[in-house]
Design a protein around this ligand. Structure first.
Ligand code: ADP
Length: 593
């Protein structure tokens, strides 16, 4: 990421570092200037002082050759030569000679510090504002003697203005050099700080990218310095790698969970303490009859209104126990569910998890089974009652009734045949259910030969009823299943067609391929037909349109339900079209082998 100048300047860190550098440079330059100036000043004064001391030594010797009267003139001359003010003071402090003023106007100098030092025998030095001349002077005083052996103090002085002048010139040079250095330092500080800020910004934006979960989009952090920032960038890169790994792991994990849950037939629902949905799969949405949208934190009551289900979950949340129940989730759908609900620990919050198992089909099968048992007993009871009744009648004396005993025996026989038919049909049905459970191996079955075999079975019955049988076949059709089952289905359909036809009618068996590539076998007749309200039920067990007629014809009401079973075992379907009084057509459709 490139930072613009304004960005750099806007950075508080940049401003702070730069300001600190600025203050530091200023303090350094200021104190260097101060110390240099002081040093130079001292050096200057020392030089001037040394000069004065040197001049003082020469003048002391000169003085030793002069009388008191000559001293004053000499002082003026000496001043003119050296440029230093010359004052000669007596041991009592009285000014004996002064090069720049009338000595009479001078006050007693005994108390001047430099004079006091000289009077004590040493060299006195002082820097002071001269009360006599009104300017700053550097004074150097030394004890001396005049020609007549009188002890005096020789004082030389130069105005400090001269020293100050040279000092100013030096100081200005120092200041210029310092300022130039400060400017250079500042530029260096600016450039360094800018680089530093940029590096920090890069790391910052990278770290923000990580925090914002833009892991995969974030370009790799280019920072590679060998300092602490470089090390920080290295740790961040390592952390990003780990994060990416973790995110990928979580993604795979959640996709796997999603796949498992969405492929589950069972509805799965998780709710929080306030019965808001935290998760649910498609099966649950389907069961609740809700639109397939993400129901994130939607109140459950908006998805499933069943009060029983809501109170079951409330019970789980309140008690913390697992609860089971059976209920219709969306009563309109007519489906019922077995619900298994248990408490769910969702971190800091409690919740509940419910698994819904659709038991509509199980319940239906249970009902069918019960109905079936009831139907079977009912179907058996009638012929059994007849057999028993007529047998008792015969035993009670009818046996001797030559007129009727044969008729009674005929009735007993026909009912026994019915019982046998029912028993054998039931056996077929149960055998088929067993086959399906055991997944009997399927073979490729030649349709043409099966149709012909079925035809031979019903031929005699057709002849008895004067019904013509007609076959229209497409050769080479094959389906996958068990041969004898297909034959059984065709026999049942053809037998019905013959049974419900009038004399002189024709029963047609056609086979061919449908446009969808399926094998279709159609058995049609010109018989009595089936009322449209009965059509949906004729494949049910024991269902007969006209019970008396069916019974008379030896029917059990199980034939079509066997056909339907067989069609399904072949992976196919059976369909009926019929018009009352005109005839019926049953079509079996199977996948081709
Ligand atoms: P059934 O042993 O009584 O023939 P099915 O299960 O084979 O039992 O048939 C059920 C009922 O469907 C029959 O009783 C009859 O009322 C009706 N049915 C079946 N096939 C035909 C057909 N081809 N024409 C008219 N009615 C039929």
């Amino acid at each position: 990421m490139q930072l613009s100048r304004s960005h750099t300047l806007a950075s508080p860190l940049f401003r702070k570092i730069l300001l600190s550098a600025f203050v530091l440079i200023l303090a350094t330059v200021g104190s260097a200037d101060f110390l240099m100036t002081r040093y130079t000043e001292q050096r200057e004064l020392e030089l001037v002082q040394q000069d004065l001391e040197l001049v003082g030594q020469i003048y002391r010797e000169r003085l030793s050759g002069l009388t008191a009267e000559q001293v004053e003139d000499w002082a003026r001359k000496a001043d003119g030569q050296s440029g230093a003010r010359v004052t000669i003071i007596g041991t009592d402090g009285a000014v004996l000679a002064e090069s720049r003023r009338e000595r009479g106007s001078m006050e007693n100098h005994a108390q001047r510090p430099e004079v006091r030092s000289a009077l004590k025998g040493g060299t006195g030095v002082a820097k002071r504002h001269s009360a006599s001349l009104g300017v700053d002077f550097l004074y150097v005083a030394e004890p001396a003697r005049t020609g007549d052996g009188k002890g005096v103090v020789l004082r030389l002085a130069v105005p400090l203005a001269r020293v100050n002048e040279s000092l100013r010139a030096v100081r200005w040079r120092i200041l210029r050099a310092s300022l130039a250095l400060a400017l250079l330092a500042l530029i260096a500080a600016y450039l360094y700080t800018r680089t530093l800020t940029r590096r920090i910004r890069n790391i910052q934006s990278y770290a923000e990218g990580l925090a914002n979960e833009r892991l995969s989009e974030e370009p790799e952090l280019a920072e590679g310095g060998k300092d602490e920032l470089g090390a920080l960038a290295g740790s961040l890169r390592g952390m990003a790698r780990q994060l990416r790994g973790m995110v990928e792991l979580l993604r795979v994990e959640s996709e796997r969970r999603e796949a498992i849950l969405s492929s589950m037939k069972e509805g799965v629902l998780a709710v929080d303490e306030e019965l808001r949905v935290t998760f649910c799969n498609e099966a649950f949405l389907r069961a609740a009859g809700a639109a397939a949208e993400a129901p994130d934190h939607k109140p459950l009551v908006q998805l499933a209104r069943n009060p029983g289900f809501l109170s079951l979950l409330r019970q789980v949340l309140a008690s913390g126990d697992t609860v089971r129940g059976k209920l219709p989730l969306a009563p309109a759908s007519g489906r019922s569910f077995e619900v298994y609900a248990k408490p769910l620990d969702q971190g800091a919050h409690r919740g509940a998890l419910a698994i819904l198992h659709d038991i509509t089909e199980v319940e239906r099968l249970e009902r069918v089974r019960k109905d079936f048992v009831a139907n079977v007993s009912h179907e058996l009871r009638t012929p059994l009652a007849a057999i028993r009744g007529y047998a008792e009648t015969l035993l009670d004396g009818a046996l001797e009734d030559a007129e009727h005993n044969r008729q009674f025996l005929e009735i007993i026989r026909s009912n026994a045949i019915r019982l046998t038919n029912i028993a054998s049909d039931l056996l077929v049905l149960s055998a088929m259910e067993q086959d399906r459970a055991e997944q009997e191996p399927a073979e490729a079955v030649e349709v043409q030969s099966v149709v012909e075999a079925a035809l031979r079975t019903v031929e005699s019955a057709a002849r008895v009823r004067s019904v013509a049988l007609l076959i229209e076949e497409q050769p080479g059709l094959r389906v996958r299943g068990q041969r004898f089952r297909l034959e059984q289905a065709l026999v049942n359909l053809m037998d019905n067609a013959v049974k419900f036809s009038r004399a002189g009618a024709t029963v047609k068996v056609e086979s061919g391929m449908t446009t969808e590539g399926m094998v279709a076998i159609r058995v049609s007749d010109e018989g009595i037909g089936i009322p449209s309200e009965d059509l949906p039920r004729i494949f049910e067990r024991f269902y007969r349109v006209d019970k008396a007629r069916s019974r008379e014809a030896g029917g059990t009401g199980l034939g079509l339900s066997i056909v339907k079973h067989i069609a399904e075992a072949f992976g196919g379907t059976v369909r009926v079209e019929s018009e009352l009084g005109k005839g019926s057509a049953f079509t079996l459709t199977f996948p081709a082998a």
